[in-house]
Write a new protein. Structure first.
Length: 212
């Protein structure tokens, strides 16, 4: 654990701050803090920046309501930049976008696969009902079929786990996750809803442990 005094602020007394989503890890925005705004952020538990344009403190969401609740603050190896993980109330960008980083400059064919992406694919199948798709088949069969498959996949996870087979357990957990997300799409539940519920169960104590 380092102290604020160990950070390296620039000649203007500022340090760049990358704001990331504590749930997805996605980059939300880039801003700057000085020593005082960093202290305010820590004391209030919400981001407070220094506006280089207006030369004043800028409490994110003060007028819009889109505040950012701080989960953690980490310094990079040179201690001249910060990464702040937050849980945000509303969009991060003043344009209304979820993140300030939405202007494409370059894209490769490499695309990360996330649960949010899987949810999007499943939701699309629900709406378009692509012929020959197993996901389409589940939506056409309905809730009872989905629940039956969840039960079957849960059993497979238990069997693999009991056998101590790590690779098979991963495989079965992937199947279970997929079928659970089909049920989520059927019921209008998003990954964000699950993250919010899990976050509500987290009660930090002096040992930084998780209690239910």
């Amino acid at each position: 654990m380092i102290t604020i005094e160990e950070l390296k602020f620039d000649e203007n007394g500022l340090i760049p701050v990358v704001i990331v989503d504590a749930g997805s890890g996605g980059v939300l925005m880039l801003a700057y803090m000085n020593e005082e705004s960093l202290k305010i952020s820590i004391e209030e538990g919400m981001t407070c920046f220094w506006s280089r344009k207006r030369q004043e403190f800028w409490r994110k969401g003060y007028t819009s309501g889109n505040v950012q609740h701080i989960v953690s603050i980490k310094a990079d190896c040179d201690r001249d930049a910060l990464a702040v993980a937050v849980i945000k109330d509303g969009p991060a960008c003043h344009t209304g976008a979820e993140t300030c980083f939405f202007e494409d400059l370059y894209s490769s064919n490499i695309e990360p696969f996330t649960l949010d992406k899987l949810h999007g694919i499943i939701t699309d199948r629900k709406e378009t009902r692509k012929p020959g798709s197993y996901t389409t088949y589940l939506f056409e069969k309905g809730l009872d079929k989905m629940l039956k498959k969840l039960g079957e996949e849960s059993t497979e996870v238990i069997i693999a786990g009991k056998a101590g087979d790590k690779e098979q357990t991963i495989y079965e957990l992937a199947d279970l996750t997929y079928h659970a997300m089909v049920l989520m799409a059927e019921m209008g539940i998003t990954p964000g809803d699950i993250k919010k519920e899990l976050a509500s169960r987290y009660i930090p104590d002096s040992a930084d442990s998780e209690e239910k």
